[in-house]
Design a protein around this ligand. Structure first.
Ligand SMILES: [Zn+2]
Length: 220
């Protein structure tokens, strides 16, 4: 999930001061474990652990509809990534969500960058920075349930071509949803809308369509 830093601003990644205390780390680790989520790299977290706990809560809500993301086999991993490109909020590989440490260490900065992107139409109107994780968990769900993200949209609008569907989501979901021709961002931006309670009919039907996959019980 990409964004763009204003020209000339680079984030300082080399400052090793002010990591969270051991007690905070233990508290956060327990919270994650209790919710079946694995953490990586958070000994070097510099932000407020409450923000990461909220993120875990966001994941747990989605897991009520898609329980396989928190099954014992390859449950969601949150990885605090100090090596992220500066233009990534976060990235997902299989069940591992890499969070850009530069942004999550400074949640107010993350909030303002996300807001800016929403104003530009890049992300779903009415969503906030919580949607960064909702978006990425959409990718985890797609990976875990082997969802054909384009096929879900085609089932809502039978007869529309892929190009027409891309155009539709561009106008009715977000610019980012139309990023790739294979529709891989459809699911993430629909999750962003749906789990922020700002979804339109298409986004609701899209997430419901994904839930149909869950009934098949496919596991990676
Ligand atoms: Zn994405």
């Amino acid at each position: 999930m990409k964004y763009h830093l204003p020209f000339g601003i680079r984030l300082n990644k080399n400052d090793s001061s002010s990591y969270i205390s051991k007690e905070e780390y233990v508290k956060l680790s327990h919270y994650a474990t209790d919710n079946k989520i694995k953490l990586e790299g958070f000994k070097k977290f510099k932000g407020n652990i409450k923000d990461i706990m909220e993120l875990i809560d966001d994941i747990v809500v989605i897991a009520q509809d898609f329980p396989l993301i928190l099954d014992d086999y390859k449950s969601v991993v949150l990885s605090l990534d100090t090596a992220s490109c500066d233009d990534d909020f976060s990235t997902t590989v299989m069940h591992i969500v890499y969070l850009n440490a530069s942004l999550y260490n400074d949640i107010d900065y993350l909030k303002s960058e996300y807001e800016l992107a929403v104003e530009q139409g890049k992300f779903v109107q009415g969503t906030d920075y919580h949607s960064v994780i909702r978006h990425e968990i959409g990718h985890v769900v797609a990976n875990k349930y082997k969802i054909d993200t384009m096929a879900v949209a085609q089932s809502i609008f039978p007869g529309k071509t892929k190009a027409e569907l891309i155009e539709y989501v561009k106008n009715n979901v977000s610019l980012y949803a139309a990023t790739y021709n294979d529709g891989r961002e459809f699911i993430s931006e629909c999750f962003s809308a749906y789990y922020s309670n700002v979804a339109n009919d298409f986004e609701i039907n899209y997430v419901k369509g994904c839930m149909e996959y869950g009934k098949g019980g496919n596991v990676l």
